[in-house]
Ligand binder design. Sequence first.
Ligand SMILES: Cc1cc2nc3c(=O)[nH]c(=O)nc-3n(C[C@H](O)[C@H](O)[C@H](O)COP(=O)(O)OP(=O)(O)OC[C@H]3O[C@@H](n4cnc5c(N)ncnc54)[C@H](O)[C@@H]3O)c2cc1C
Length: 346
Amino acid sequence: MQKFAASKNLFYPIDFAARGSSQIGGNIATNAGGIKVVRYGLTRDWVANLTVVTGTGDVLELGRSLVKNATGYDLKHMLIGSEGTLGFVTEATLRLTTTPVDVQVLVLAVPSLDQVMEVFAHFKAQTNLIAFEMFSEKALGYVLKSTGLPPPFPAPSAFYLVVEVEKRSSEDEAQILDVFEKCLDKGWVTDGSMSQSDEQLRSFWRYREDISESLSNYSPYKNDIAVPISKVPGFIVDLDKILAEAYPTWEVIWFGHIGDGNLHINILRPPGLTKEAFVKECQKVDNLVFSTVQKYHGSISAEHGVGLTKRSFLTYTRSPVEIEIMKGIKKIFDPQGILNPGKLFS
Ligand SMILES: Cc1cc2nc3c(=O)[nH]c(=O)nc-3n(C[C@H](O)[C@H](O)[C@H](O)COP(=O)(O)OP(=O)(O)OC[C@H]3O[C@@H](n4cnc5c(N)ncnc54)[C@H](O)[C@@H]3O)c2cc1C
C-alpha cells in the first residue's frame, strides 16, 4: 500500500515494524497504529469503505466511501479493531494523503520522564510533529550491542527520544531549531542531533526500530499497554517500583509511542531461569502490570489486540456492562460463534 501510494506521488501513513509481513485485512482487524499516530491517527482513520462477510454469510458494504453519513450507527468502525470476531474483511478502500514535504529526525537525550513530557508538549504545539518515540538507556544498550551502531552521544542519559518533524518551509526549519534550543536551555534535553541526510535519518530511526529485534534473544516478557498521555511518567515510575520490589534482579526495558500514551514494556528472561519457569512467573507479572494499568485508567492492549492471552484481563479496561454489550453485538454478527471462536472474550 505504501509503495502503491508512492507510485502515485501520494502517501499511506500507517507505518509500523510489521510493515513487511502484515496484511491490510489484519491491520484493519487490529486497528493497527504504529509510529506516526501522533500525526496521522490509526488505521481506522484511513478506511473509506469495507466489504465484509458476517458470520451469517451476509455481505455488507460499510462506509460507501462517504465522508459524511449521519444515518445511525457506524458499523464500519465497529468492524475495525474487532479482531475478526464480527466479519471477514474481503475488500477495503483506503484513503491516501499528500507526501510530507521534507522530513527531519532528531535524537535527543533527556534526563527524566517529566522532561520527556515537556519536550513532547513543545514539539507538539510548535512543529509539524510526525512521530515522538521514547526509549530507555537500557533499551539503547541492547540496540548498540546487537547492531554495532555508534552511541548517539558521548555521555549516557536515562531516556532518549527519536522525534520526526516535517519541514514545509524555512520558517518551519527555524521553528524546529527554536524548540530544540529552548529544550536545551531549559535543561530538558542534555544533548541532541538533527539528521543532515536521508542516510542519517534512517540510522537515527534504527535506535528505536531495532529495539524489539535486539531483545529477541532474551525471550522477553512483552506487553503493549496504554495510559492517558499526561499519566505516562507517573505510571512508569509506579510500575517500575512495583516490579523492582517483586523482582529486584530482573531487567525491565521501556520504550514506546509517548505521543499517544502507548508503552511497550519488555522484561528479559534472567540468566539461569528456564523458559517454562519464566513464562509461569510472568503470569504473576501480568497481574502486577494490569492492576497498575487499571489504577491509571489505561488499556491492557494499546494496539496488538486481546486475542486469547489477554481475554481474562478484559475487565481491567472494560466495564461488565460494556462487555455484555460487546457480547450482544457479537451474537448479532455471528450468532453461531464461528468467527475467531474464543478470541476477545470466552
Ligand atoms: C514486529 C511487530 C511489530 C508490530 N508493531 C505494531 C505497531 O507498532 N503498531 C501496531 O498497531 N501494531 C503493531 N503490530 C501488530 C500489528 O498491528 C498486527 O500484527 C498486524 O496489523 C496484523 O496484521 P496481520 O496481517 O499480520 O494479521 P494476523 O496476525 O494474521 O491477524 C490479526 C488478527 O486479525 C484477524 N484478521 C486477519 N485478516 C483478517 C480479515 N481479512 N478480516 C477479518 N479479520 C482478519 C485475525 O483473525 C486476527 O485476529 C506489530 C506486530 C509485529 C509482529
